[in-house]
Write a protein that binds this ligand. Structure first.
Ligand code: 6PG
Length: 470
């Protein structure tokens, strides 16, 4: 293991968009860095592009050549696509590594794979960290939010570099070790799940204003600009204002009107939902957001559906303040579901995740950074009943103030025929989770009827079956 006293040498493999930006961030913070890339030609170009920072970079023709040239102990950061490329890089490196060396996977890995890789590396006496990095290209270059999983001693060895390159909130690095093995990549995955829900809520409110209030994109962009000065202040709201305000240079049309309405996805949202299902956690807002991207990608299907049913979509009578408040309520619930998932995974994998700390390192650098996350960090520090963010006193106040608007919005959207899958799921979660006695008594009766599954009684008396059991 590297210790804080031993200064390791650093290498980075994978000079794609994110890798290049992270490499420049590292050297900009005063570290020397070895670099290599699968296609070696990119290395020279990258060093040339680095300009004044080039003298801190040493290029190599391959990952193995880089590892062999680096002084011990070595810290090698992999910035390659998730999956097979990570395994292939580790297989190439392994024969050349020694105890004390650290390999960091800084891509968007599936945390299950990070757990496997950590175990395999540790069995070979080597150290491995799974590091989630959020903030897109700009974040990687100027300060991302960094979520690390791995053993404490290994983390301490790389911490000076990670803290230096991370975003800062009130001067403190938005980076931390959150737990062992896959903890960092799991937290990054859930970050992305929340990101999907946040983005979809924004898209839904845009759709309502566009088609339910006949506003043009620039005017809607100005609404987002205004919202970005209030409780919805966030990176995603800010960039939405910029996207909606942009004009297409070829046609002079609003840029958003020339963009095909089919959302891509690389998989982290889907991973979030898969893990939620495996852990028995309801992440319905995130699931709805993934589903909405799937519908969006089915353009042919939507065209056929519109032609077949020729639906009419009515106007919605909603104020700007209503939509703002509804969005805030849905965002609180989306985040709360994400944190529920983190709570369940923490128990399952023994990570002891600190929800307040996670909120803190999401306050700057990452894609979901927002004013709300500052409130969430404070709310978790103050304590949340049942561990549920939505039940923390500060969130209860905000939900009490905003749920009526969410109810008005969902009612109006559904009546007028506008799709609001995440906003409506958020409201459904709220209505379900604020009902001490619900309707699952009937489900238990049905299960007992057809399968003798039994039920608990509210009065605690014995009698775990209905009369049909006799
Ligand atoms: C981030 C982003 C980043 C990337 C997503 C996009 O936190 O910096 O989440 O990881 O932009 O992978 O994901 P989709 O392609 O699935 O939208």
């Amino acid at each position: 293991m590297t210790s804080p006293e031993t200064s390791p040498s650093f290498g980075l493999f994978g000079l794609g968009t994110m890798g290049s930006a992270l490499a420049l961030n590292i050297v900009d913070n005063g570290f020397e860095l070895h670099v290599a890339n699968r296609s070696a030609a990119r290395v020279d170009d990258f060093i040339t592009e680095a300009g004044a920072l080039a003298n801190k970079l040493t290029g190599h023709n391959s990952l193995v050549a880089m590892a062999q040239a680096m002084p011990n102990p070595r810290v090698i950061i992999l910035m390659v696509p998730a999956g097979a490329a990570v395994d292939a890089s580790i297989a190439d490196l392994k024969p050349h590594l020694q105890p004390g060396d650290v390999v960091i996977d800084a891509g968007n890995a599936d945390f299950n794979e990070t757990r496997r890789r950590t175990a395999e590396m540790e069995q070979a006496g080597l150290a491995f960290l799974g590091m989630g990095v959020s903030g897109g290209e700009d974040g990687a270059r100027n300060g991302p939010s960094i979520m690390v999983g791995g053993t404490q001693s290994v983390w301490q060895g790389v911490r000076p570099l990670v803290d230096a390159i991370a975003a800062k909130f009130d001067g403190a690095p938005c980076a931390d070790r959150l737990g062992t093995d896959g903890a960092g990549h799991f937290v990054k995955t859930v970050h992305n799940g929340i990101e999907y829900a946040d983005m979809q809520v924004i898209a839904e409110t845009y759709g309502l204003m566009r088609r339910g209030k006949s506003m043009d994109p620039a005017a809607i962009g100005q609404v987002f600009d205004r919202w970005n000065t209030g409780p919805l202040k966030s990176y995603l709201v800010e960039i939405t204002g910029a996207v909606l305000g942009a004009t297409d240079s070829a046609t002079n049309a609003p840029l958003v009107d020339v963009i095909v309405d089919a959302a891509g996805q690389k998989g982290t949202g889907r991973w979030t939902v898969i893990e939620a299902l495996k852990l028995g956690v309801a992440a319905s807002t995130i699931e709805a957001a993934v589903g909405a991207r799937v519908w969006s990608a089915d353009r042919d299907g939507r065209a056929v559906g519109e032609a077949l049913f020729a639906p009419t979509r009515g106007d919605v009578d909603l104020s700007e303040a209503d939509i703002e408040q509804a969005m805030l309520a849905a965002r609180i619930i989306g985040h709360s579901q994400g944190f529920d998932l983190l709570t369940a995974a923490s128990a399952q994998f023994d990570w002891a995740l600190d929800m307040a700390r996670i909120s803190e390192i999401w306050r700057a650098g990452c894609i979901i950074r927002s004013a709300l996350l500052d409130d969430i960090a404070t709310a978790f520090r103050a304590g949340a009943p049942e561990g549920k963010l939505a039940f923390a006193p500060a969130m209860v106040d905000q939900l009490n103030a905003t749920i009526p608007a969410l109810r008005r919005l969902v009612g109006a959207a559904i009546t007028a025929g506008h799709p609001v899958p995440v906003l409506s799921n958020a409201l459904q979660w709220f209505d379900g989770m604020t009902q001490a006695r619900g309707s699952a008594d009937v489900i238990q009766g049905q299960r007992d009827y057809f399968g003798r599954h039994g039920f608990d009684r509210v009065d605690g008396l014995p009698g775990r079956h209905g009369p049909w059991a006799d």
